[in-house]
Design a protein around this ligand. Structure first.
Ligand code: C5P
Length: 404
């Protein structure tokens, strides 16, 4: 679980998005966090403390005069225990209060009284589009960021008031992912990462083609892990059915040639290239314009193949990669003799790091095991889910960037 051991104070302020806070509270707990809910008086107009107590399994605090605390200082005690204070929803009014350091209710008092260097404050704004775009709110937003508050984005779409635009609170699942990302170490801050993922599809005719069983899960997990680590990430994906990780730019491609041209543009200013895609080695020499027809005679089409360009080898031999400005990581999906094949592939493709995995044990699976091969030797990352492995791989890459 991604939030095991984290204690989060979940603050609710007045807004219709309070209904989403119930789901968020559950989601945080499901990921291993403990959640202490603090509500403003306005929040309690939208959702009851009873609901939030039942979901968090802890009494809700809503008053600075709460006598349950022995020292009568809930604002001190609650903030000292927290790994983060998350305000979701955060109303326009509450943003303005935070900004001025006002402290006339428990939640704002607690935010002001928190040890600012130890307990981060994360806010998820939620308001009508006019309130959101108002110069006062935008000014407050900027100042809050300058004061060290981590301000999450807002969603776009239908609003409870019947208008449509920016300002609605992100969905609970999106907030959860942003909170998980917040806690990940920023090992790749300032880096631009390109990841290829999934299979390619090589057309035979307009309706048929050759592909493979790569699901894209490993590459998508790596893109997510790199984004969590603070990098700007572009994911070049073959035909897969995976959801785009939050904050990752995605370019969909079909064939190896499509993937190559997309990549050549993006790789120009990237600092890390991770090639997880299972690019087809060969494509039909010609793709028929029209569907090949069965004529009843029993003759079968004779397919001829040509080799696809090796995208990784090409990028790895570019001037920027050779100079060390672009760190390239290759993957090898093998069925046996992983170490020998991965080592040979590393040398052949001229990449500093090659990651071996067993093809049949990874394609389509949620788990995998990786063997990292570099000039120093081999490191094993034992079987784990792909996101955990991706985070470990990101840490291994970050370690090698400094010595590269
Ligand atoms: O040669 P092989 O296909 O086993 O190499 C695998 C590695 O090379 C992977 O990182 C894969 O993404 C990359 N590759 C590529 N272009 C190809 C074939 C493989 O980038 N045409």
């Amino acid at each position: 679980m991604d939030l095991t051991g984290k204690h989060i104070v979940l603050g609710l302020t007045g807004g219709i998005a309070c209904y989403k806070a119930a789901e968020l509270c559950r989601a945080l707990i499901k990921q291993g966090a403990t959640v202490q809910v603090v509500m403003t008086e306005a929040a309690a107009q939208f959702i009851t403390p009873v609901t939030m107590q039942a979901l968090s399994n802890r009494p809700v605090f809503d008053s600075q005069w709460d006598a349950r605390e022995r020292n009568n200082m809930p604002h001190i005690n609650l903030s000292r225990e927290a790994d983060a204070i998350l305000i979701a929803p955060c109303s326009a009014d509450f943003m303005a209060k935070l900004l001025h350091g006002r402290a006339d209710d428990l939640l704002s008092l607690m935010c002001l009284a928190r040890p600012i260097d130890i307990v981060p404050l994360i806010v998820a704004p939620a308001m009508n589009r006019e309130m959101w775009s108002h110069p006062a709110t935008q000014r407050n937003l900027k100042q809050l960021r300058e004061d060290g508050t981590h301000v999450l984005g807002v969603g776009n779409g239908d609003q409870a008031c019947g208008e449509t635009g920016d300002g609605r609170m992100l969905e609970p699942e999106e907030l959860l992912q942003d909170v998980i990302a917040f806690f990940q170490p920023k090992l790749l801050a300032g880096h631009k990462v390109v990841v290829t993922a999934g299979p390619t599809f090589e057309a035979i005719d307009p309706v048929r083609g050759i592909t493979n069983l790569s699901s894209g899960k490993m590459g998508f997990a790596i893109a997510r892990a790199a984004q969590e680590a603070g990098a700007e990430v572009t994911l070049v994906a073959g035909p897969v059915a995976q959801a785009t990780p939050r904050g990752v730019a995605r370019v969909d491609v079909r064939s190896a040639l499509n993937m190559r041209s997309a990549l050549m543009e993006i790789a120009n200013d990237a600092t890390i290239f991770i090639a997880t895609a299972a690019v087809a080695d060969w494509r039909p020499a010609t793709a028929a314009d029209q569907k090949l027809k069965k004529d009843g005679s029993g003759t079968t089409p004779q397919l001829e193949f040509v080799e696809n360009p090796d995208i990784l080898a090409e990028v790895a031999s570019s001037a920027r990669a050779v100079d060390g400005a672009l760190f390239c990581v290759g993957f090898a999906a093998e069925s046996h003799d992983l170490l020998a094949h991965a080592s040979a592939k590393r040398l052949r493709k001229k990449v500093p790091l090659l990651v071996g995995n067993i093809g049949p044990a990874t394609f389509g699976q949620d788990d995998n095991a990786l063997l990292l091969v570099d000039a120093e030797g081999a490191t094993e990352l034992p079987r784990n889910n792909k996101l955990q492995l991706a985070r470990q791989l990101v840490a291994e890459i970050a370690k090698r960037l400094h010595s590269h």
